[in-house]
Structure formats: structure tokens, C-alpha cells
Design a protein around this ligand. Sequence first.
Ligand SMILES: Nc1ncnc2c1ncn2[C@@H]1O[C@H](COP(=O)(O)OP(=O)(O)OP(=O)(O)O)[C@@H](O)[C@H]1O
Ligand SMILES: Nc1ncnc2c1ncn2[C@@H]1O[C@H](COP(=O)(O)OP(=O)(O)OP(=O)(O)O)[C@@H](O)[C@H]1O
Ligand SMILES: [Mg+2]
Ligand SMILES: [Mg+2]
Lengths: 161, 161, 165, 165
Amino acid sequence: MTKRFAGAFEEVNNAFGDIYQKLFGGGTARLQLANPEDLLETGIDIIVQPPGKKLQNLALLSGGERALTVIALLFALLSFKPSPFCVLDEIEASLDETNVERFSQLLKLFAEKTQFIVISHRQGTMEVSDALYGVTMEEAGVSKIVSVRLTEEGKQEFRSA
Amino acid sequence: MTKRFAGAFEEVNNAFGDIYQKLFGGGTARLQLANPEDLLETGIDIIVQPPGKKLQNLALLSGGERALTVIALLFALLSFKPSPFCVLDEIEASLDETNVERFSQLLKLFAEKTQFIVISHRQGTMEVSDALYGVTMEEAGVSKIVSVRLTEEGKQEFRSA
Amino acid sequence: LYLKSVEIQGFKSFADKTKLEFGPGITAVVGPNGSGKSNISDCIRWVLGEQSAKTLRGTKMEDVIFAGSPHRKPLSMAEVSLTLDNSSGILNIPYQEVTVSRRVFRSGEAEYLINKIPCRLKDVQDLFNDTGLGKGSFAIIGQGKVEEILNSKPEERRALIEEAA
Amino acid sequence: LYLKSVEIQGFKSFADKTKLEFGPGITAVVGPNGSGKSNISDCIRWVLGEQSAKTLRGTKMEDVIFAGSPHRKPLSMAEVSLTLDNSSGILNIPYQEVTVSRRVFRSGEAEYLINKIPCRLKDVQDLFNDTGLGKGSFAIIGQGKVEEILNSKPEERRALIEEAA
Ligand SMILES: Nc1ncnc2c1ncn2[C@@H]1O[C@H](COP(=O)(O)OP(=O)(O)OP(=O)(O)O)[C@@H](O)[C@H]1O
Ligand SMILES: Nc1ncnc2c1ncn2[C@@H]1O[C@H](COP(=O)(O)OP(=O)(O)OP(=O)(O)O)[C@@H](O)[C@H]1O
Ligand SMILES: [Mg+2]
Ligand SMILES: [Mg+2]
């Protein structure tokens, strides 16, 4: 029971540190057991150091840095326990353009083994997609789906729809 | 004591309904006392109906609709208790382009009486600003300020910095 | 295991019959605020066996049935069908293609079907157990999930790993 | 009452002396994730008299002092000065222009000044009372505020109005 938890923790932790570096272009991150002696109940802390910055409590980091850290954790969990498909609902909302770019590259990498359905407003994410569905509400209160071809203008237009 | 609360509630509620309609281009919204008999302790519920939709619990609305509703409430509170200046930190992150446009028009209206300092990644918000400061970290871990002139390209470039 | 399509009728804002087909790789879903994107994510969660109305943003399960609009009456039933390619045999039932359907009625009655054969909710949940689509999987990352994890206590984060293990 | 400028030195990522000047209307602050935008908002909150380290994202007040970087040592003090145009006389002290400064040292010691005259925190808080910049005002809407209000209980929303009234 705790052996299984310890094994899972180890594996997720390694993936987390790895994916964090891909997303941040450097830096370090790891999970830490709050009470290593109490494997049955211990909570888990997140210790990170973005590139060029000091080791800090997650709380002092910026909105975007915090979101990117959690995205790394979610993908680490996904690599430990893969799903055949995965739905992501606007998880990159607080990221700036550079970080959306890095996120979309990570997505492409994971998409080799997993189908992704990504709800997004961000251009960078749309640019790595293989297919695009547009959701509209022409008739008030009723959703309708439109399949959209991925031309440059098409993506721009839909973003501002 | 409760007289003052009741008066404040009334005023904020009227402003809320009004600003909500400006931001949503229609629909209705009001605050409701959970326990009207208990003015000393009652909580406050938010009841909204976006244009073309049914009256619904705030929980069932979309991420963007919920954010826009709270933005209306914050501006209603601001109109009741004005500040000489107001700092807004990325409050329009979940809004689509159309809603950012409406938000920026509301901001311009309120900016006639209040100085605003708006931290934002959104083009629509930058377009209504009178001045722009760029924050960068050329040297790792050290913030530096750049004053940016508001040309079309300048804004595009900074967004993707 | 491979997602082929999702068919929606009467679920939340999807009053009309809607079919989404999925290929390999990344499918982006875009559109304005309130258009119905997260509702699609709710559909998938629901047909996989989600039992918490709160996770679906409602207070009771019947909240997922189309509640009406200015021009349309409320509907009496919501139905979602999810079709998977099972050539890998990961789902341990002898079909190449598996369609799981779920219905709910205003009365609160529910129906579940696997390849058109009526079954119980438990059968659906058992089907997806250990496939990366069951409870404790990360198949659906909802719109508030990142925020939720950031605000969570160390003990709650432990649960993420525990449920995965 | 009119904000003229904010001067920052040693506060969080602002290791070097930095001055921001403000005109009427809307000033936008832009830049990449982690560059320091919200830190500017923290500066203003702090110099107005914020006493909760948690609201400033730290655990103790000394967390706001520049903690160092790969090329720089930590600093021993943080200082922020806020300058306001008081020609309207809203701040009830006889100055056209009012500069409020706040300093904190590694030892935890703090200093407060109004137009270079040392004073106590209480004097700063009293100065801003009933000006729309004091406690319970909406002068600063932080990066998590919208989310916080959405997740709040009815009783917590009441507090918003109560504090404003
Ligand atoms: N049972 C229902 N019947 C009809 N409409 C519903 C029902 N439940 C929810 N809705 C509507 O669906 C809309 C929400 O859709 P959804 O959350 O999918 O939006 P979204 O496209 O994700 O938007 P955002 O970009 O803001 O997150 C709301 O306007 C809500 O009123
Ligand atoms: N005492 C300190 N000394 C040095 N750096 C600090 C200190 N406190 C916080 N920081 C750094 O400041 C950065 C956060 O800045 P801030 O929150 O202002 O970013 P931001 O520009 O708002 O980003 P975002 O767009 O992601 O919200 C973090 O990287 C953090 O490490
Ligand atoms: Mg959504
Ligand atoms: Mg920020």
C-alpha cells in the first residue's frame, strides 16, 4: 500500500522535474514529502526554482509561473498513468505567448501517444492542432458545432469570434 | 448599522444590474439577500440571466460568463465606494475578444473619474490605455521598467515578448 | 484504445443532435465565452460515469438536461454516446468498436447502454477501470483544475498520486 | 486625489531603484510571466499599509525584500514611496503633494514616513481612512480576486459590502 504510493511518488517526481525543465527552459522542480516518515498520511509540497531565480515557495511565484508548474505536474501524472485520450479545458489561460509556445511543443510530444481534445482561446495551441472544432451559439442558448479548416486567417477569425 | 448595510446593498445592487447589462450587451443580474429578515448576518446570492439564456445559478455559467459577472460586481462596488486610483491585475484573463472589447469600453467610462493601472496581456485592454509600461527581466531575477509608446506594432511586439 | 466520436443530444446547451468525430493527435475546440466548449468536456466526463453533480457544475443530475431557451422548450432527456476503437482489446469485452451511452430523464431515472445493450452504471464504471479513463485518471482536466491544485493543501495533493497509484 | 508616482527599491524583484510616473486615465502594465507586474501591485498595496504577509504572497513581511539572484546578493532593505497630488485636500494634512514611504529591514524593523517625517503605521492607515485607499476599499484588485469572489460563500460576499459601507 505505502510501497505502491512510494513507487508512484518516485516516478511522478522524476517526470515532474523533467517536464518542468522542458516547459521553463531550465530551472528545477521536485515534489517533497512533508513527513517522509509517515508514508501513509504525509502531504506533498512543491519545491521549485525557475531558471535564473532563487529557490522559492510556490506562493511567491507569478501567476503564470504557478500555472506552468501545475501544468508540468499534470503532465507528469499523465505520463505515470496514461489515458487513451485527454481533454484539457483552457489550462494555459495565464501563460504569456512564449510559455504557450513551450506548452504547445510539450503537447505535440505527448500527442504522439495520447489523443488530446484541447479547449483553448490561444493561438499557439491552435497552431499545433491537427483538427479544429468551432462552437457557436447562433441561436440563443443552443450550441452548434462547426468544423473549421486550419488556415492562418481561419484561426485568426475564430479567435476573435 | 443594518440601515447602512441596507443602503449600501441597495446602491451596489442597482449599479450591478446596470453595469452587467453594459458588459453583457443585455441580460439581467441582481444581488439577493439569502435571509432578508436577518440584515445583520445574511449572506448575499448572485442571480443572473445572460442575454438569450435562462435564469440560472452562477455555477452553471461558463468560465467567461462567471468572470464577467464578477467584474460587473467589482465595478459596482467601485462606483459605490470610489478610489482615486485603482490597480487591476489581469482580471480579464478568461474573457474572449468580444468581451474584452466590452470590458475595455467600461474601463474607459470609469477612467473619466478614476486613474487605472491595468496589468494585462490582452490587446483590447492595451488599446484603450493612455500610457504603457513594459516590465522585463533582462537580467535574471531583476525587474526593469521600460516606457513604451503606443504604436500598433509596439503593442503587438510587447504582447509576444 | 482510441476515441472515435461523441454524440450529444439534449445535454446542457446541446439541444440539437450533435456528433463530434476525433482523429489521432490534437483536436482544438474554440469559440466565444458561453458557447458550449466546457459543456463538451462535461459530456465526456458524464458518459464515462461521473456521479457528482457538483463536478458537472450543477446541484442535481437533472441539471444537465437542456433547460430551454427563449425559442425552445426544455427537453425531457439528455443523452451522450461515446464510441471507442477497441481493436487493442484494452476494454475487456469482445467488440472491436464499443459505444457507451448514458441517458437521464427529468424524473431522475437513468439508463446506461454498452453497444445498445442496457446495463447498470456499475458496468460502465467497471468497463473503464484501469484503462486510464476510470476514477482517479487524468483523462479530463477541467477549467478550474490548475487553480484548484494551486490552492490545495499538501494532503490534497497526496490524493492525486494516491488515486493514480 | 491623484496618483503621481511610485518609487521602488529592493522590493521583491525590483532590486534597482525604479520610478513609475502616472498620468490621468489608463496606464497599462505589460510583460512576460514572472517579469514583476504583480510585484508593482504588491508595492502599492504595501505602502498603503497592508499588514498581511499572505496577501503579499509571502509568509513573513521580510519576504518582500529582494532575496538575491544568480548575479546579485540579497538586499537588506525594501523601500517603496508613493506620491499623491493632494490639491483637493482630501488627505487631511496641509500639503499639496504627499509622499508616503515605507521601509522594512531583514531584522523585521519597519519605518514609515509622510513627506520625509517619520511616523507610525497607524498614521499612514489613518491618513488613507475614508479616502477610497484604506481598508475595505477596492483600490487594488489582485490577480486571484475574481476567482476568489466566484468561490466565496454568500457570507463572504456580504463582507465586501459591509467593509465598503
Ligand atoms: N441544462 C442546461 N440547459 C441549457 N443551457 C445550459 C445548461 N447548462 C448550462 N447551460 C449553458 O451553457 C453555457 C455554458 O457553456 P460552457 O461552460 O460550455 O461555455 P464555454 O464555451 O466553455 O465558455 P468559456 O469560454 O467562457 O469557458 C452557459 O451559458 C449555460 O447557461
Ligand atoms: N523577495 C523577492 N526577491 C526576489 N524576487 C522575488 C521576490 N519575491 C518574488 N520574487 C519574484 O518575482 C517574480 C514574480 O513576479 P510577478 O508576480 O510580479 O510576475 P508577473 O509579471 O505578475 O507575472 P504573471 O504574468 O505570470 O502574473 C517571481 O519570479 C518571484 O520569484
Ligand atoms: Mg469553458
Ligand atoms: Mg502577475
